[in-house]
Each structure stands twice: as C-alpha cells, then as structure tokens.
Design a protein. Structure first.
Lengths: 377, 250, 530
C-alpha cells in the first residue's frame, strides 16, 4: 500500500507559495519605496487578505463538493455567520467612541431605542469567546441542518436547493432590524481589534499574515482529512453512495462530520474577512455569493484542494480588474466562466494542466501507456 | 462456522411490498440455511431485486417478517446495520469505487470499525495488508492492485465486487446476476468461486443464465409476480409446467 | 352635464304640473340668501333642503357653483346657458337688475351644501345619483336629510338602493338623541346588517351618555360586524394567497417540466420569465408607436411571441449547453446559473438597469367588489390565466404524443430510449416547452411586478420551493405546492409580517423536505430510486 503523506508534492508547493506570499507581500510593502514597480501599496494588502479568506472559503467548499459530492449553495451563510461573530466583537470594541457614545450599546441599537444589550450579544467583547463563536455558530448550524438533511437522505440537487433556501432565509432574517444585527447596514465603523487600530498598516499586515497562516492551516487540515481513510470513504460516498452504505458505512455520519468541519472552516474565513474589509452586512448571505464560491472551486479544479485556492485567487483578481476597468462586462465574464468551466474544463485549471503535463510526458518518453493491455489474465 | 445456530440463517415470511398498488412482492416466503447456496430465477419483474432490497434494508416491506439468524428483525434496521450484521450485497450492475485503486476498494470493504472518527485516525496495519493480499489472490486481481477500479473490465469489476463482499466477512452474500456480461470461461470461473465461498457462508444468487445456474448445482427457487412459484433441484423446477409457461418457455 | 340638465328640466316640469304648493318654507327661506350673512345662508340651505320644493336642488346646485345671485331680497338662478330664472317662481326673468351679486360661500356653508345635496339628490331619478346621495348622507349623518330620505325610501323600488338608503337613515337616527328608542334600535339592526367598516365605526362611536338599551345592542352588533369583517379579511387574504399561488404556479410550472423530465435544474428559468416580461414591453412599445388602437390586445399579441422567444432561447440553451451535461445535474445547475448571469447582463445592457413601464390594458384595471372582498381585475386575470395555462399543459402532457414521450422519459429514461423515443429531441422540446411557459408567465408577471433585469431572481427560489414541495415531475404536485405556499404565505403575513412569514415558510419547507425528500406527490418505485 502506498503511504500517502500529508506532505506530498502538492502540499509542499502550496505551503511554500503561501509562506513566500506571507513574507514577500509585507516586505514589498514596507521595505520597497512607493515609486518602485515592486512596491505593494497599502490598499493592496487588505485586498490580498480578502482573497486569502475567500480561498479558505473555497477550500471548505472543495472539501465537501470535490471529495464528498455535496454541492452546497449556502456556504456563504457559514462564511457570513463567522463574519458576524467577528463583527460583533469589533462592534463591542468601539465602546464609547460611537456616534451616540454609549459605552455598551452599539450605535444601531441606540438608534433603535434599545435600552439594553440583547442576550446573544453578551460575551462578544471578549476576543476568545468571539473567536470560538465564529467556529461554533456555523458549526452548530451545519450540524443541525446536516443532521436533518443527511439523515433523510436529501441528496444531489435537492440538497443544493435547500442549502440555497437556508442562506436565503438567513439573509431575509438578518435584514430585519429586530434581529439585533444592525439590519440592512450590518456591522461597520470598526475601530480596533485586540487593541490595535484596525486601519493601521501594521494591523493590516498582521491580518494578512494571519489569513495566509489560516489558509495554510486549513489546507493542511483538509489534506489530512482527505488523505486518511475518512477521505477515501468520502470519495467512495461521492462515487457510489449506496455501495458504501451496503458496505456498512453510515453515510449520513460521514457527510455530517465533513459538512460541519467545512462550515467551521468557512466561519473562520468569514471571521478573517470582516476586519480586512471593515464591514459585514446581510448581503453576504445572498445566494449568488455562495454560488460564486462554487465557481472558484470549479475554475481551479475541484477535488484537488490546491485548485480551490488557485481558483479563488484567479477569479477574484479577475473580478477586481474587471469591475474596475469594464464593470458592465464582469457578469458576462463570470457567467461565461460558469458555462465554460462546466462544459469544457470540468477538472478546472489544475486538472487541465495535469492532463497537458501527462500528455507531454507521454509524448516525450514515447511510451503509450494506453496501448498496454490489462485485461489479459 | 462453529457457533451454535438456529437451522435457518435467513427467514422471510409473508413479505409484501407494493409500489402505488403494484405488488412487487406478494406474500413471499423463503428460508435459507447456514452455508446454503440458493439460486433465484424468474422472469423480469418477478421481484428478485425487490427481495434483495428488502433483505438489505433498502426497501421496507408493507407487511411480513424478515429474520436473520432467528433473532434480528431486518425490517427495523437500516442498510449499514444490516451490513454489519453480516449481509453483503453485490448489485446487478457491478458497482465499485471507480476512482479508488483496487486495493483501496478492498481496504474500505474490510471488516472493521465503520465510524468517521476511527476512519480519520485509522492506521494501515500489516494484518489488513495480509487480508488484502489474500483477497486479491482469490479474485485474481493481484497484478492490478494499484490500478483504478474504473479501468477494470466488466468481468473484473464483478470479481472485485465479490472480493469486496468477502472482505466484509459476511455470513450471507446476496449476489445479483454475477455472470452477466461475462465470457463462458469467466462464467465458469465465477461459478467455481461462488461454490467455494458457499463452503463457509450462505449465498443467494439471482441469475438468468440457466447454464450458470446448472453449474452452481444448488437448490433453485423460481419467483413469479412476487411469490414463490416453485422450489427444489433445478431439474425438478425446470420440469414444472408453470415455470416453463411463465419463464423458461417451451 | 347635458343629461343632468335635461333631467332637471323634466323634473321641474313634472313637479310644476303635479304640485300646487307654492307658498311654504321654501319661499320663506329665500330672502335669507339675499341677507349676505353666512349663518343666514346656512340656515336657509337647511330649510330649502327640507322643504321638498322642486326648485330646491337647482337652487342648492347653483349656490354651490356660484350661480345663485341675489339682489334686494330677490334670488335668481343663473343657468349654465346664461339665462336667469327667478328662484321663487321658476320663471325666466327678463331685465337683469344691475346690482346682482353671487351669494357668498365659506367652508361652513359649503359643508351645509354638501349635506343638502345628499338629501336632495336622493329623490333624483338616476339610480347612480341616488346611490351617491345615499352614500353622502350616510357619511354626513345630516339630520336635515331625514325627511327626504324617508320619502326616498318610500318610493325606492331597487332593493339594493333601498338598503343603502335605509343605512343612511339609520346612520342619522343612531346618534340622534331626539329619535325614538324603537327607531334607534332599528338603526342598530340595519347597520348590523350592512356590516362594513363604516357601520362598525358608527356603532362603536355612540356619544357618551347614550341610554344602555341602545348601547348594549349596539355593542353586540359591533362585535358581530367585527367577527364578520375578520372572516372577510381572512377570505381576502386567501384570495391574495390564491393570487400569489397563481403567480408561483406560473413561474414554477415550466421549471417542474424541465426538472421532472430531465432532472435538470434550470437556474436560468427566472431569466426566461424576465425575457417574457421584456417581450411584452417591446410588443407594447411597438404598438404604442405604430398602432395605438391595438393596445387593449397587446397582451394577447405578446403571449405567443413570448412563448416563441423564450422557447427558442430555451431550445438554444439546451442544444448548446445542457445536452453536454446530462447525467451531471450539479454541473448543469452551475452552467445554467452562468447563463442566467449572462442573460441578466445582456438585458441590462440592451434595456438599461431601470424598471421598464409595461402598461395595463383598460379591461384589466379596476376591481370587483364581492361582499367584503375586493378582487382586482388584473389579479383575477392572472389567476384565470394561471389555471388556463395549467389546464393546457395538463392536456398537452396527457393527450399529445410529446406529452406521452415526456412522461415516458420522466419515468424511465433508459427504457424510453430503448423503445425508440429520441430522448435528446424530447429533451430539447421539453426544455423549450418549459422555457416557453416561463415566457408566458413573464407576460402575466409584467402586469403586477416591476419589469427589470432582476425580475427573474425574485421568483427563482420560490419556484424551486414549489417544485420541491409539490414533488418532481408531477404537475398536480406543482399546483398544490404553489397554492399551499401562496396561501400559507399570505395567511402568515398578518401575524408574522411579510419577511418573517417568508422565513418561517422557508424553514417549514426545509423541514418538510427532511420528512418527504421527494416532495408531496413523489413518483414511487424502483426506477426512481435507481
């Protein structure tokens, strides 16, 4: 049996690249003078940090879609919940510096004439609690939702549709002022995080490096899972669910475990996203966001983990460029991407590159592997 | 198989399954002994596959009793529980994990802990390797162990699936049309393999290929419209007027 | 106005020949109009209105329009044609006095005129005028109109109008301390029978100090009206629900066809609806600029066009994208989502991001009042249309060979293929049909929703919910699903609010799917599970 190490070639490449980015970007920002073509400008750092948090979200989608065949069209909900947990911490940190200068209540609550902090806002002034909630809330929602869905064997497009309905319902809920999460405007005007001013260059660099580290950690975690026997069972479920069941595996438990893990990763991604973009609002729950995350994975190549990261970075860089240069074309490009990838590049960039590479190798070595007969006993 | 046992391993009594009024199984009764091999024949729609579905927990019968080892009520258990009791099933169309290597297919099928957390933390043991080696030998796939299952020929997939069944170490194997799409030689080899398996385990074989059934040389049950039409040695069953009428043809 | 004029003349003539009463309160009141005092004018209006004199109505009308002129104790009515008549005699007046001045009005006088008009037109021969008058009296509760109204009740033949008049009388009597207890109890009973919001307001706002034998029955009557109104409002909500359900049915039915036959989730389905709505817009624009006379028929012209346009786009999508993705439902879902983005952006580029104005033909505006229900014609048209579309589709599925083939493919694709049905052609046609139906749904939706590039997005999730709830591949399931969701939504709204109601419904559906993963009317059997 081939021993599959967590540190295989792909992992080494991914981790080295992430490490290099985490070092190079701050260095190019701080040490290279602004005039130089190699300078990374201040506004680019949170943008890149945002991409990294999206990459982590893509990773979480790939873990369940690429390896277990669960296409969630509601992963943006877990991302947003993680983001709200972080946003609540950041709101509490504003303290008396808000417009209404209330030491406890965030501005929007004062504006709504609320007299005291709702119970679910308690504890969020303490960072470890907020960080725990960024994991636990998405995790619990995923657990409950998954427990209900997988136990009744809701699969395929049905599952996709109800995950979409889930995030849509959450979006409607968070738009309501009564929910106590700032309604339409969401949470914003953050001042500082763990005592550091959130707008400062240093904080941004720290957040960026943390995002890279979280992405690396998330990648390693996923790699560990998919390389283990658990990962093999997941692929087995993806390819032949009832076969797996008749072998005695409780498919719903496997799905539930990996779905919950994936939701928690998405929650972490959201928690890293919010301090870097400075706002979280109900728009993050929009079904379109979740589907976009799926296309990142599809573009990069699903079932590869590295592809998810690559896809998130490429598509988002493209989005930034297009929405700046040719805003009216971005939706054509994004829509075209969906069609193109599913139709012509089902294995994504990474899969296509691998095919090309192997073809090239075969041609170079002159060995035609497919000519080797294997049916002969 | 030394444990003290009731004479019947599998016992179906008066089992009825209806889909929107259509009775796929109609008061079906069947009993299977330990280490017995039984061939099930019958025309399309006779209820052969539905019977398998009922035994393995995929379909719940509307009424009737399904007992395993005289004590387990299979109608109240789900697929995974039934599989863990020791009932393995091979599908009509061979179903293996195409993207996994042959040996991973067998590894996943090996009897053992089935929970997600033990799977996450499991280590590959020598004992497992030895089991896999033995199974590969038995289903003649040793040379292909590293290849993806999806690359195998149809007949090899059938054998791999039987190998996976054996890896589960079941007490009862349900085998749906194992000879379909095989060459004559492969069919004969498959019959040998099943006879060999039946020395230590019970086997139920659903098959249309009468040559194959003859080679198995076991008791035959002919189903028709969801109930047993005839039962006994092949010669007796195939001489039965009704069987000839509805199934074999004159 | 011509008609009213004629009728007044006839009325005058009629009255002059039948009535001999010339001296009375009417004549006595006339000089007060010439006194140039608001309070005198007001008092005189009351007297004139109560007099029953045939000239009362023309006089009050003239006063209202500033055509009542006074000079030295004499009062004249200037006819709209310009001629003057003596208000006392009704005779044409020859030489015009030099110091004729219009009788002046202030707000109090105007109110008195309004009240008097109500009483006076009660006796007019036009049913619509009498109805309007009864309504005016009911609202003004002017005691001065009591005598007139009693006369009017006595001669009213139309039972409907009679009821209206009696309600008006009751409104006067109810709060009137001078009226007899029997009359007031009659008023309570009459108002209870009328049973609308106005009657409720009257019954529940009796002046303080009203004797208990009036108050108690009035309270009981108010309660009974309240519960009746609650029933009506529940019915009204059910109607809104049916109307919403029809919209959902229209939006979901095409989806149900494509999902059912092909197992394909068409995320661009909403955009097909949107294209249908834009087709309507384009048709109307062309009609407006070229043949405005056809505007009333614009929707009927748009329907087949929308079907052809969106059906064509559907077939195109199927042939170029979806057929390469069969057996990969999740990929199909993503590809069609991409197509939906492209279609949205294309429409935005061509027509702009703003809402486009789609007109409503005259025959679709207005509402039908039915008991306590108000049924607007455009909603009614959509409900009828949805059911007609549903019925047609049902017939197509049941009696045409296309329908037969589609059902065959739904139940067992492989088997259908092996008995010679060209499944890929059926797929293309099914997709075209589903998209075409979405297109005609768009025509209907253009009447009640904003026609913008985002139109489709608003319906897609709801349509999915309908299909999933009802069960795939079953048109009846879609009907039941749509109506259930529509009605449940509207019945929840008054209690939970629109947004929370919707959230609750979504959660309920998510939970429902756990129990019935294949929907309410699922196909059963081996083929489905395989």
């Amino acid at each position: 049996m081939r021993k599959q190490s967590v540190f295989d070639r792909q992992s080494i490449v991914v981790l080295s690249l992430l490490a290099a980015t985490a070092v190079l970007v701050p260095v190019l920002n701080v040490s290279v003078p602004p005039g130089s073509p190699f300078h990374v400008s201040d506004h680019l750092i949170p943008l890149l940090g945002k991409y990294l948090s999206f990459a982590l979200l893509a990773l979480s989608v790939d873990l369940i879609w690429g390896f277990c065949g669960i296409l969630s069209l509601g992963h943006g909900a877990f991302f947003a919940l993680g983001g709200y947990a972080m946003g609540m911490y950041l709101m509490r940190q504003i303290g008396p510096r808000g417009v209404y200068a209330d030491p406890i209540l965030p501005d929007f609550m004062v504006f709504l004439n609320w007299k005291e902090l709702p119970w679910f806002w308690h504890g969020f002034d303490w960072f470890p609690f907020a960080a725990l909630m960024a994991l636990a809330v998405p995790g619990c929602l995923a657990f409950v939702f998954g427990w209900l869905a997988f136990r009744s064997r809701v699969t395929g497009v049905y599952l996709s549709i109800i995950t979409q309905a889930m995030t849509f319902a959450l979006m409607l809920a968070f738009f309501r002022n009564d929910m106590g999460f700032g309604g339409n405007n969401g949470l914003t005007d953050f001042k500082d995080i763990l005592g550091l001013p959130i707008q400062s260059g240093f904080t941004r660099i720290v957040l960026f490096v943390l995002s890279a580290a979280a992405l690396a950690g998330g990648y390693m975690l996923c790699r560990w899972v998919v390389n283990s026997k658990l990962g093999k069972v997941l692929v087995a479920i993806r390819d032949a669910e009832s076969r797996t069941r008749f072998l005695g595996y409780r498919v719903e438990n496997y799905k539930l475990a990996v779905f919950t893990l994936s939701a928690m990763l998405a929650g972490v991604a959201g928690a890293l996203y919010v301090p870097q973009v400075g706002i979280i609002n109900p728009g993050e729950f929009a079904p379109a966001n979740s589907i976009e995350a799926v296309v990142w994975v599809a573009v990069g190549g699903r079932g590869t983990l590295a592809g998810a990261i690559l896809g998130a970075l490429v598509v988002n860089a493209g989005k930034t460029w297009f929405t700046g240069a040719l805003p009216e074309f971005w939706l054509f490009v994004l829509g075209g991407l969906f069609v193109f990838v599913t139709l012509l590049m089902p294995r994504g960039i990474l899969g296509a590159a691998k095919d090309l590479w192997e073809q090239g190798k075969r041609v170079r070595s002159g060995l035609r592997r497919d000519a080797v007969p294997f049916a002969a006993e | 198989m030394t444990e003290p046992v009731t004479p019947t391993l599998l016992y179906l009594d008066n089992v009825t399954v209806s889909f929107d009024g259509f009775k796929a199984l109609n008061a079906l009764s069947l009993a299977l002994d330990h280490t017995e091999m039984r061939a099930i024949i019958g025309p399309n729609g006779a209820g052969k596959t539905t019977m398998m579905d009922v035994i393995t927990g995929k379909t719940r019968p509307n009424q009737g009793t399904v007992l395993f080892e005289g004590k387990h009520d299979l109608t109240s258990l789900d697929e995974a529980e039934i599989a863990e009791l020791g009932i393995g099933r091979k599908f009509q169309t061979p179903t293996v994990f195409d993207m996994h290597s042959i040996e991973d297919n067998l590894l996943l099928a090996l009897k053992g802990e089935r929970g997600p957390f033990s799977a996450l933390l499991s280590r590959h043991t020598n004992q497992e390797s030895e089991r896999i080696d033995a199974l590969l030998e038995r289903v003649r796939l040793t040379a292909h162990r590293q290849r993806r299952a999806g690359e195998l020929s149809h007949g090899q997939k059938q054998w791999l699936e039987i190998g996976m069944l054996l890896a589960q170490e079941p007490k009862l194997l349900l085998v749906d049309e194992p000879a379909a799409g095989m060459t004559d030689q492969e069919t004969a080899d498959t019959a040998d393999l099943l006879r060999d398996i039946a020395k230590t385990r019970s086997v139920v074989v659903v098959e249309h290929d009468m040559t194959f059934v003859r080679e198995l040389d076991v008791k035959v049950t002919c189903l028709h419209e969801g109930s047993v039409l005839a039962e006994g040695p092949l010669d007796a069953v195939s001489a039965n007027e009704r069987v000839i009428e509805v199934y074999l043809g004159r | 106005m011509i008609n009213l004029r004629d009728f007044l003349r006839t009325l005058l003539l009629l009255v002059f020949t039948t009535s001999g009463a010339f001296a009375g309160p009417y004549e006595d009141a006339l000089p007060k109009f010439a006194a140039d005092s608001y309070s005198d004018t007001e008092a005189a209006i009351g007297t004139v209105a109560a007099s029953g004199h045939p000239l009362s109505l023309p006089l009050v009308e003239a006063l209202r329009d500033g055509r009542l002129l006074a000079s030295a104790g004499q009062v004249f009515i200037r006819e709209p044609s310009g001629g003057l008549i003596n208000a006392a005699t009704g005779q044409a007046f020859g030489p015009v006095p030099a110091d004729l001045k219009p009788v002046r009005l202030n707000n109090r006088v105007r109110r008195a005129i309004e009240a008097a008009m109500g009483g006076l037109t009660l006796l007019s021969s036009g049913a619509a005028a009498r109805r309007e008058a009864a309504r005016a009296v009911f609202r003004s509760r002017d005691a001065a109109a009591l005598r007139t109204i009693e006369q009017a009740i006595a001669r009213e033949a139309d039972p409907d109008l009679k009821l209206a008049l009696q309600a008006a009388r009751a409104s006067i009597l109810l709060g009137n301390e001078a009226a007899s207890t029997a009359d007031r109890l009659w008023a309570v009973e009459t108002l209870r029978e009328r049973g609308d919001q106005d009657a409720l307001a009257l019954l529940s706002s009796l002046p303080a100090g009203t004797q208990p034998e009036i108050v108690e029955p009035a309270d009981r009557a108010a309660d009974s009206i309240r519960s009746r109104l609650a029933l009506w409002s529940a019915l009204q909500n059910v109607w809104y629900g049916v109307s919403l359900g029809s919209v959902l049915l229209l939006a979901a039915i095409g989806l149900s066809i494509t999902f059912g036959t092909m197992g394909v989730i068409n995320m661009a389905h909403g955009e097909m609806v949107m294209l249908g709505a834009y087709t309507t817009f384009v048709v109307q624009e062309i009609i407006r600029t070229h043949v405005p006379s056809l505007f009333g028929a614009s929707l009927f012209i748009a329907l087949p066009l929308a079907f052809v346009v969106t059906g064509g786009v559907g077939v195109l999508i199927e042939r170029t994208v979806i057929r390469f993705l069969y057996g990969r439902p999740l990929e199909t879902l993503l590809a069609t989502w991409g197509l939906s983005l492209i279609l949205q952006q294309a429409v935005r580029t061509i027509f702009g991001p703003m809402n486009r104005e789609v007109g409503t033909p005259a025959w679709m505006s207005g509402a039908l009042e039915l008991g306590g229900l108000s049924l607007t014609y455009n909603r009614m048209a959509i409900v009828l249309f949805a059911f007609a579309a549903f019925g047609t589709l049902l017939l197509v599925m049941k009696y045409t060979s296309l329908g037969l083939y589609m059902r065959a493919v739904t139940q067992n694709r492989r088997m259908a293929g092996s008995i010679g049905i060209r499944t890929n052609r059926i797929d293309a046609l099914a997709f075209g049909l589903g998209s075409g139906v979405a297109g005609i749904a768009g025509v209907a939706l253009s009447q009640i929703d904003n026609v913008s590039p985002n139109l489709g997005q608003g319906y897609i999730i709801d349509s999915f919910m309908v299909v999933v709830f009802g069960g795939v591949g079953n048109l009846w399931g879609t009907l039941v699903g749509a109506m259930t969701l529509g009605v449940a939504n509207k019945l929840l709204e008054p209690y939970a609010g629109a947004v929370l109601g919707k959230i609750l419904l979504l959660v309920a559906i998510i939970l429902f799917i756990q129990r019935r993963p294949r929907g309410l009317f699922a196909l059963k059997g081996r083929a489905v599970e395989a």
